[in-house]
Design a protein around this ligand. Structure first.
Ligand SMILES: [Ca+2]
Ligand SMILES: [Ca+2]
Length: 240
């Protein structure tokens, strides 16, 4: 199972969103939280925490929810969601809050298969104020990236990504360092939201060095940056 990334109107331009979030994010070294202990900056391996959060008050931040323990760079337990947004706040009584701009549901193999790479993601966010190791984690487990009904700019990662399209004139391209555009033979284009059943329902053209995939019944399109439409075949798509 892959990690699922849900975009929102705030992150529909995923490339621009990740760049802006990173440049506006400054680590405050974060804290763990659970209802009984409140905010904890020296976590104990024997306590089960419900949240971890990091960010500057009112600015960009991140928090995750689940039931996990932390000791010497090792997170164990389960993480149910990771939320990136703005308007960060933290409270001893209620934990962390941030606008739900971009929400990641970790892959179901967490924490066993991807434990170390996930630990690095938290470390990099804390020590380097960087998403680079989170991108590595998303490359390692693969993703399913859910667009919005508007026109989005989606970015993928180094592993197997499934880009899921609902409607609009969407673009798939590489964004910040460590992200990727469409990788033929590795990634999948899910057009089941277009209610098409067959490869022959799609149109193909090339424009400015990019492949343009269209729904022959609507104005919806997918533009794949740096890709020739000649490499696309039915095996690259998921249909309804
Ligand atoms: Ca869209
Ligand atoms: Ca990929």
């Amino acid at each position: 199972m892959a990690a699922v990334i849900q975009l929102s109107s705030a992150s529909a331009n995923m490339e621009g969103y990740l760049n802006g979030w990173t440049s506006g994010y400054s680590s405050t070294y974060g804290a763990f939280w659970d209802e009984g202990n409140g905010l904890v900056t020296n976590p104990l391996a024997t306590t089960v925490y419900e949240q971890w959060g990091n960010g500057s008050s009112g600015g960009n931040g991140i928090y995750m929810e689940g039931e996990f323990q932390y000791s010497r760079g090792n997170l164990t337990g389960t993480v149910d969601s990771i939320t990136l947004g703005t308007g960060f706040s933290q409270s001893a009584s209620t934990g962390f809050s941030v606008s739900a701009d971009l929400v990641i549901t970790p892959d179901s193999t967490f924490p066993s298969a991807s434990q170390d790479v996930f630990d690095w993601a938290i470390y990099d966010l804390t020590v380097n104020s960087s998403l680079d190791s989170l991108y590595d984690y998303l490359s390692a487990v693969g993703t399913e990236i859910l667009d919005t009904t508007a026109s989005d700019t989606l970015v993928g990662f180094g592993g197997a990504d499934t880009f899921v399209f609902s409607s609009g004139n969407d673009i798939v391209k590489a964004g910040p360092a460590g992200t990727y555009g469409y990788q033929d033979g590795v990634d999948t284009l899910d057009v089941s939201g277009w209610y098409l059943s067959d490869f022959s329902d799609l149109t193909f053209s090339n424009l400015n060095g990019n492949a343009v995939v269209g729904n022959q019944y609507t104005n919806d399109t997918i533009t794949l940056h740096g890709v020739s439409s000649s490499v696309l075949d039915a095996s690259d798509f998921m249909f309804a």
